[in-house]
Design a protein around this ligand. Structure first.
Ligand code: ZN
Length: 301
């Protein structure tokens, strides 16, 4: 399950060009996977046989209309093919007893003739409703934290604080390593405060750089990269204690309770004041304004 979630956090959905407005990740691949999970839940598909059908297209469209931005097109056929080239599933055209590998995006008139089967271990992680729910929540947290099903969950959490602790344990499963990997890749292992970069060769799963949430996951259920920052252990520690905070103007603010005469550590934190946030190259992943405000408001007076 952990590995499956890491793969789902790393769908390479493609980023829209600047001409289409503020750059953002294309929603198509995660939307199609969510639609496939829906169909399995409804008994209209199995992990070994996900039909290219109107139901699948409808589930895709339902969510697409909620998340579309700028020029996004309602085109489930493209991710149906691309999920194959990325190894998430294998797709084929059925012609009598013959299975012809799918070579291009399926057409509307191929409904009922084209199918896909999950591969690479994913087929085993969608067998039970509970596992499918884990995967669905992971996809929503990573790509569409603002989708409505999520807001419902959020308000029920607000109403039942004690329950939220239980829910959080559930959701932590497999999710944190995937978020960490996503953020470290986007920030290329560099602390957004001091610029420290420690990047060990692939395969070393240790790092001095953390993936920090702007609005904590327990509050936001939001694992979108725009709700994250890469920070070294020191700056992560200081941000989580509201001693330093990034702000919407992309500069660092520091708490007035810090005293440079008391210790070198405090002096170093104070020197961060007014310095620029070190942002990832891709503007699609720049931190979200709400998250920055959330931090800025909480810096200790
Ligand atoms: Zn740092």
């Amino acid at each position: 399950m952990d590995q499956a979630i890491e793969r789902l956090y790393d769908l390479h959905p493609g980023i829209t060009p600047v001409e289409e407005g503020a750059p953002h990740e294309r929603p198509h691949k995660p939307l199609l996977l969510l639609a496939a999970l829906d169909l399995i839940d409804e008994g209209k598909a199995t992990p070994d046989r996900i039909p290219w059908c109107q139901d699948l297209r409808d589930r895709f469209t339902d969510r697409f209309l909620q998340v579309r931005k700028h020029n996004d097109q309602n085109t489930p056929e493209n991710p149906f093919f691309r999920l194959q080239t990325q190894g998430f599933w294998q797709a084929w055209i059925e012609d009598g007893n013959r299975r012809i590998p799918l070579q291009a995006s399926p057409l509307v008139n191929q409904i009922g003739k084209v199918f896909a089967k999950l591969t690479d271990g994913l087929e085993f992680t969608v067998r039970t409703p509970n596992d499918r729910q884990h995967l669905r929540e992971a996809l929503l947290s990573r790509y569409f934290p603002h989708l409505s099903s999520f807001k419902n969950q959020q308000s029920s959490i607000d109403n039942h604080q004690s329950l939220s602790l239980v829910a959080e344990d559930e959701l932590e499963y497999g999710r944190s390593p995937a978020f960490r990997r996503t953020i470290l890749t986007i920030y290329d292992h560099q602390c957004a405060a001091c610029g420290l970069r420690i990047k060990l060769p692939a395969g070393n799963d240790i790092s001095f750089i953390d993936a920090a949430h702007l609005i904590p996951f327990s509050v936001s259920r939001n694992d979108h990269p725009t709700n994250g920052l890469a920070l070294c252990k020191n700056h992560h520690w200081a941000m989580d204690r509201n001693l330093i905070a990034p702000s919407p103007d992309h500069h660092w603010h520091v708490s007035k309770i810090l005293d440079p005469r008391r210790s070198n550590g405090e002096k170093e934190l104070i020197e961060l004041a007014g310095k620029s946030l070190l942002l990832p190259k891709d503007p699609a992943f720049h931190p979200d304004r709400n998250g920055l405000e959330w931090r800025r408001e909480r810096v200790r007076a």
